[in-house]
Design a protein around this ligand. Structure first.
Ligand code: PLP
Length: 377
């Protein structure tokens, strides 16, 4: 069976985990956490990166820093993972969903302004498949209406929009290092903070409401309870695993891009017949090979293709059930405007196996089976 995802492993992870154990420092904010954060700060050009226990938690931290409260409205796409909405719903806010663009599956920036009310607090663009949203337009709307921008860049590490790193364009950015992402620590994530003024509060929220981070830097002689907060820092064991991968980030990225390009080349002819559609990447966006998807004619055809691939030992999957039509979406959120593309396009989308280590002949085999399904050779 060709699996859909295999968590990335480069070889040095076990050594680094052993090192963390031997350092007798396995709680958070040790040497490996520092190395990972510094790597991300340097790579993305962000003022401050805080490693977190997940991207969901990074987004919760951003919601706390944005002082999101009951009744506030947060504009986001409905075609996204639940965490994008969850982090704000936990604070009593209302997700206001707007439609996506059918080409990139990202939020349609031209529909955002009409969804703004006096309760709107933030815009949350999701960079689907590591392809940047129209950030110039989104930042412009946000500045004119004094809204914050919190990027869900869970899939966006090592990807760029007009030369700027995804996650480091808005006021806050959130990365995921879940095992299904390009770089992993099992469960984990990072919060990217653009403004110096937010750093101290972020450290306090992340460390149970205390100024422990300042204490460790020798800036205060004891640490005390300063504010509400929670525990959002990952263990050094997880950070050690991640650091082994960040050190090899380029090699992992190159391989994913190679796989992505191979899929595209092998399926281009079939796409030319109009039977399937391939992903679109604007020429000012650099993507990171996070995902390769195709679009089938409709949901029935997609189900038949999944079955056919599965009979041929290939695991292909789809996502997302749009949030606005899910039980919690109906309860907590609302859709602004017309759902022209969110539901329709989500029903056509199928993700093919994609992971570091997927072999050239496997990509050929999978592409061949997709072509065989459509009777195309
Ligand atoms: C994976 C993902 C998340 C959640 O990441 P976790 O680290 O599992 O919390 C959020 N948003 C998007 C778009 C994702 O793909």
């Amino acid at each position: 069976m060709i699996r859909f995802n295999v968590p990335p492993f480069t070889g040095k992870e076990m050594d680094y985990i052993r090192q963390a154990v031997e350092n007798q420092k396995i709680c958070g904010d040790g040497e490996f956490t520092r190395k990972c954060s510094e790597w991300i700060e340097k790579k993305t050009g962000t003022s401050k990166c805080l490693l977190t226990t997940s991207c969901t938690h990074a987004t919760e931290l951003a919601a706390l820093l944005a002082q999101v409260g009951p009744g506030d409205e947060i504009i986001m796409p409905s075609f996204t993972f639940v965490s994008t909405a969850d982090a704000f719903v936990l604070r009593g806010a209302v997700p206001v969903f707007v439609d996506i663009r059918p080409d990139t599956m990202n939020i349609d920036e031209t529909l955002i302004e009409a969804a703004i009310t006096e309760k709107t607090k933030a815009i949350v663009p999701v960079h689907y498949a590591g392809v940047g949203c129209e950030m110039d337009a989104i930042m412009d709307i946000a500045r004119r209406h004094k809204l914050l921008v919190i990027e869900d860049a869970a899939q966006g590490i090592m990807a760029y929009y007009k030369g700027k790193a995804l996650g480091a364009i808005g006021d806050f950015g959130c990365f995921s290092f879940h095992e299904t992402k390009n770089y992993s620590m099992g469960e984990g994530g990072a919060l990217l903070i653009q403004h110096e003024k937010d750093i101290e509060d972020a450290e306090i929220f992340r460390e149970k409401g205390t100024d422990r981070s300042k204490y460790f830097r020798g800036q205060v002689d004891k640490y005390r309870w300063q504010n509400y907060g929670s525990s959002y820092l990952p263990s050094e064991l997880n950070a050690a695993y991640l650091y082994a991968q960040l050190e090899m980030a380029d090699a992992i990225n190159d391989e994913r891009i190679r796989i992505w390009n191979q899929y595209r080349n092998e399926l281009e002819g079939l796409a030319g017949t109009g039977k399937i559609q391939l992903p679109y990447v604007p020429d000012y966006c650099v993507q990171n090979g996070h995902m390769f998807y195709i679009k089938t004619a409709d949901q029935e055809e997609r189900a038949a293709l999944i079955d056919f691939l599965s009979e041929n030992d290939i695991l292909a999957v789809f996502h997302y059930v749009p949030l606005h039509s899910a039980p919690a979406g109906l309860k907590f959120g609302r859709f602004h405007g017309e759902d022209r593309y969110t539901t329709k396009e989500s029903e056509r989308l199928l993700r093919l196996p994609m992971y570091y280590g997927l072999k050239e002949e496997q990509v050929s085999y999978i592409s061949g089976k997709v072509k065989e399904f459509y009777g195309f050779n």
